[in-house]
Ligand binder design. Structure first.
Ligand SMILES: [Zn+2]
Length: 106
């Protein structure tokens, strides 16, 4: 039986091990120590325009607003054929968290 306080079962994007997030955010993989943010905890207002969503994600990951170029790239993900809001957010977040700039700060 799953206890509620264990949180949600996650798959680490780095080492693919499965673990419970213990309701933490950002989530830290107990095996390899990688930090990531659950897409389900992101701003999920479906009426938030792509531009603002991109800004939110940059603030969340980097603590700063995107440059014009980054904003353009982020927004383009929302307009790709077949892209949903969720897939665009996940693609952008994945790109952000796998870039060299992302450093987890306490
Ligand atoms: Zn891991």
């Amino acid at each position: 039986m799953v206890k509620a306080e264990l949180g949600t079962k996650r798959t680490c994007p780095s080492c693919a091990s499965r673990f419970y997030d213990l309701l933490r955010n950002p989530i830290v993989c107990p095996k390899c120590g990688v930090t990531f943010i659950a897409a389900t905890l992101l701003p999920s207002k479906s009426d938030m325009p792509p531009r603002e969503t991109v800004e939110e994600l940059y603030l969340l990951a980097y603590g700063r607003l995107p440059t014009d170029e980054e904003r353009e790239f982020g927004e383009s993900l929302f307009h790709e054929p077949g892209a949903s809001r969720r897939s665009a957010v996940e693609d952008l977040l994945w790109a952000l968290l796998n870039s060299a700039e992302f450093v987890f700060k306490d």
